[in-house]
Structures are given as C-alpha cells and as structure tokens.
Design a protein around this ligand. Structure first.
Ligand code: G1P
Length: 296
C-alpha cells in the first residue's frame, strides 16, 4: 500500500554553504543574498515556494548567515521612512514579500557535512509530514514555477518527487543523475539514482536539478549519516535507500524552463543578464548597454 497523499505545507532551504566560489563577496555576505537584478537569489527561490502554496519556510543556516533572518523580517525603520516619504509602491512590494509571522523557522547546520546532513538538521521542524526541498543555488526560471508543477504531479502520484532536466553527457559527473522508465514523459517513475557518477557511467543524462518533494521517512535514513561521494553525507544515497521501500514511489518531474546555477559565477552572471532583459523597467536601456559592450 502506498503512503496516503498528504499536503505539502513546509519547504526546507539549505543555506549553510560557505560560498567560497564567490570570495571575497561572500566573506561577510551569504552567497544566497547576492542579487539577481534587485532580489537576493534566495528571495527568488522563496517566491517559487510561495507560488506553490508553501506555508512554512525552514532555513538551515550556519555561522555568518544572520542577515538571512533579517531579510525575512519587518524592518520598521525602513518601512516608516518609506511611508513618510510617500513611497507607497515600494512599501507595498516590501510587505508583499514578507512571510507572515510564524511562517519562518531557522536552524543551523553546525558543520559542513553535506546536503544530506543539512536536510537532516531540519527534521524536528518538519516533523512527520512530507515536505519540499529547494536548493537556492539553482534558479529555476520558466513559464510555470517548478515546485508548483511538482505539487500538481504529487497530487496524483503521492510519494517522493525529484525535478530533473537534461545536461550534456560531459557534465553528468557534476550532479545527481536519475534513470527513468520514460525519458520523454513529463512525470515518470524513477528506476535508479546515482550521485556524481564517474564519466561514462551515468544511467541517463537527466540531472537532479535541486527541487524535491520528500516523505518524512527520509530522516531515519539520513540519521545513519553514512558518507558518500566526496566524503559527504549525501541526500541521494538516502533517497536510493528509501526507493527500496515499495511503499515509497519515486517520480521524476521534467522541468522545461531554464536553470541557472547561481552557485557558479557564469550561471550567476547569466541569470542577472537574462532576468534584467525581462524587466519592463530595465530591458530597453539594458539591452542597448549590452549591445554596446559587445559591439553589436
Ligand atoms: C547537490 C545534489 C545533486 C544535485 C545538485 C544540484 O549537489 O547532491 O544530486 O544534482 O545539488 O545542484 P551539490 O551541488 O551540492 O554538489
């Protein structure tokens, strides 16, 4: 018998990473707070979760990440100043972004032991219910928000879901890779998974893009804290074990939009250009500037 379909109310955001690829920018500023146009990377990903109906936002932070907590809180001085200056639109936008009181939780991953360990750190706050997991580095940009698509699929399939998208064969070793029954289907049962396969050994070219819906039974497996690829406690390894349980279906949901890996400089810069070119208030002038720089 399959696990009954329970609503997805909570989302976990692992934000403890040191961001060494962006030094010195990330010496005092968390990498998740670097901006894509004028919104922090993390805000874009929280927006995606809110658009999917998530009610509780759980951040697994670390040392030097205090401003993330401040970002998702009221800033009375700023709000009062905007009000006094009659900047109604800006104030409304600021308040619109704010989760309601009690909708956020923060916990810390005390040591960088891997993604599996970071997720496990959220177990007490998630409790015994299915949850979404969003890796903030991976900005999913498309016509419909990735997590919303996944929740639609979940409402039929139940169980566990992983967003996937194709990558070139020479990049499969950088990701978690899944094998599926039907590589062209929007939603397909997963037949196998491997974290960072050695070149030439991947079961497909569908990579795990950083959006998951997971059942709480994952926590008991993460608890074992066995090390995997790169000596880290890998989420993928626990998902493979969970897949061994017949009551835990796993489906891949293909994401058809564009994914920007904002944990890399190239992805981060590309995301900034792409999103700026879509902004009504910026696009025309920005395009001219880009063309000028490129001598087009
Ligand atoms: C993690 C996951 C991997 C996934 C990737 C997406 O790896 O372990 O399965 O494909 O995120 O970004 P990391 O990027 O932390 O090495």
């Amino acid at each position: 018998m399959h696990t009954p379909i329970r609503p997805i109310r909570k989302a976990v955001f692992p934000v403890a990473g040191l961001g060494t690829r962006f030094l010195p920018a990330t010496k005092a500023v968390p990498k998740e707070m670097l901006t894509i146009v004028d919104r922090p990377v993390l805000q874009h990903v929280v927006d995606e979760a809110r658009a999917a109906g998530i009610e509780h936002f759980i951040f697994v932070t670390g040392r030097n990440k205090g401003v993330i907590e401040d970002h998702f809180d009221n800033q009375f001085e700023l709000e009062a100043t905007l009000e006094a200056r009659g900047k109604k639109k800006e104030l409304e936008a600021l308040l619109r972004d704010l989760p309601a009181a009690g909708q956020t939780s923060f916990t810390r991953q005390q040591a960088p032991l891997g993604l599996g360990h970071a997720v496990w750190c959220a177990r007490e706050i998630v409790g015994n219910e299915p949850f979404a997991l969003l890796l903030p580095d991976m900005l999913h940009h498309g016509r419909s928000p990735c997590l919303a698509d996944m929740i639609t699929a979940y409402n039929t399939s139940g169980g566990n879901l992983i967003a996937v998208a194709p990558v070139p064969d020479d990049q499969t070793h950088q990701y978690g890779i899944v094998g599926v029954k039907d590589a062209k289907a929007k939603v397909a049962p997963i037949t196998g998974m491997v974290e960072k396969p050695k070149p030439g050994t991947a079961p497909s070219n569908l990579h795990i893009t950083g959006r998951y819906i997971l059942q709480p039974e994952i926590f008991a497996l993460l608890e074992k804290q066995e090390r995997g690829a790169g000596g880290e406690i890998q989420l993928t390894d626990s998902m493979i074990r969970l897949m061994g349980d017949a009551r835990q279906p796993f489906h891949a949901v293909r994401f058809d939009g564009t994914i920007y890996d904002c944990g890399s400089k190239l992805g981060f810069l590309t995301a900034n250009v792409a999103l700026a070119l879509e902004r009504e208030d910026l696009a025309a002038e920005f395009k001219r500037e880009v063309q000028r720089l490129l001598n087009v």
